[in-house]
Design a protein around this ligand. Structure first.
Ligand code: PLP
Length: 349
């Protein structure tokens, strides 16, 4: 029969003995309908998946109001980020982004030899769109915006971002990473796919790893101008996409009830972490909209990680330049988040 719980598991992937709040995973687990759909397809693994990829592309295109040929589907969104970093190096080699943001594109681009400009966050710890716009020149290849941003969880005003993207995309391509967008209170009003539909020089990136809780299955997509999707997409999805991921992704997209409940459950857990930061008087990035909170613990992040580990909680093990005493904590299940709050009280007392 259908497993009703995702614990316990024999693999360290699922259970390493610690409460794992370090990777912005969605501890609530995937849609039961997605699991059921995968189960019924378990023996249908003999074929390559191009035809099914096309079905999902059409489904995404319909949802986002774009054309199927503007959709690129990959095994998680990370291949898109690294493929995009490579694309930057071949199209002018210059990226502008913010400090304290997701490393996929900027770190990838740096590694491949690109010139990356990191603009400081605004005083309220949001992406400083005005300063970023001022840093863009005719030579800039691309601008990376993460919304909600990882690690801060902050969002920029939707109308302001739309206007920014329309202006800036005349000079450089604007890449908007919406990995956590479905977790935001104002979803779907925050979604920027319309920019691609309207023909602006914009890329939108999404993943099934976050609200769909399928990080272990690997499925993500980008929406971009059709010509770019044809050239870049052909390389990115070479060999196709994991079949069970496609099956699960489609079922999860259809499970609107699950997604609505998930958004509410995540908010409840996020509010617990915010409440703990407030009660302990620790500064944190305000109004986080993903499944994580970024807070100033007042100690080096590795020391904080070590102290939390002693309490059985694994928090993020990396840091962002300029934010050495800040740590990012993901929300967990109610019991996991409660355990984390308890540990925070011990460690930060
Ligand atoms: N984009 C952002 C902002 C993320 O935080 C992550 C993962 O944490 C990713 C993209 C990549 O996730 P995946 O490759 O699982 O889609």
């Amino acid at each position: 029969g259908m497993p009703t719980e995702h614990f316990p598991s024999a693999t360290p992937n699922v259970n390493d003995g610690l409460v794992r709040l370090s990777s912005n995973e969605n501890a609530f687990g995937p849609s039961k309908k997605a699991a059921k759909a995968m189960q019924s397809e378990l023996l249908n693994l003999a074929r390559y998946t191009d035809a099914t990829v096309d079905v999902l592309a059409k489904k995404i295109a319909k949802q986002e109001g774009v054309l199927p040929e503007q959709v690129v589907i990959t095994n998680g969104s990370s291949p898109i980020l690294f493929g995009y970093a490579d694309w930057i190096t071949k199209n002018g080699n210059k990226l502008v982004t913010s400090m304290a943001t997701y490393e996929g594109i900027p770190r990838g681009a740096e590694f491949m030899g690109a010139d990356v400009t990191y603009v400081p966050l605004a005083a309220d710890m949001t992406f400083d769109l005005d300063a970023i716009e001022a840093a863009v020149t005719e030579d800039t290849t691309a601008v990376y915006v993460c919304n909600p941003n990882n690690p801060t969880g902050s969002m920029v005003d939707a109308a302001k971002l739309t206007a920014f993207a329309k202006r800036v995309s005349k000079k450089a391509q604007v890449f908007i990473d919406e990995a956590y967008i479905e977790m935001s209170d104002a979803y779907p009003a925050n979604v920027q796919s319309k920019l691609v539909a309207e023909g602006h020089n914009v890329v939108i990136c999404r993943t099934f790893s976050k609200i769909h809780a399928m990080a272990g299955q690997r499925l993500g997509y980008a929406i971009m101008p059709a010509e770019q999707a044809t050239s870049m997409g052909r390389l990115l999805r070479m060999g196709g996409v994991n079949y069970l991921a496609l099956v699960a992704g489609m079922a999860s997209m259809d499970d609107h009830e699950n997604l609505n409940v998930m958004r509410k459950r995540i908010k409840i857990e996020r509010d617990k972490l915010i409440g703990a930061a407030e009660a302990l008087g620790q500064p944190y990035a305000k109004h986080p909209q993903g499944n994580f909170v970024y807070l100033d613990t007042g100690m080096p992040h590795d020391k904080f990680a070590e102290k939390m580990k002693a309490q059985g909680i694994k928090v993020v093990g990396r840091t962002w330049p300029g934010y050495d005493t800040w740590s990012r904590i993901s929300v967990g299940t109610p019991a996991e988040t409660d355990a984390c709050v308890k540990a925070l009280k011990v460690v930060l007392a």
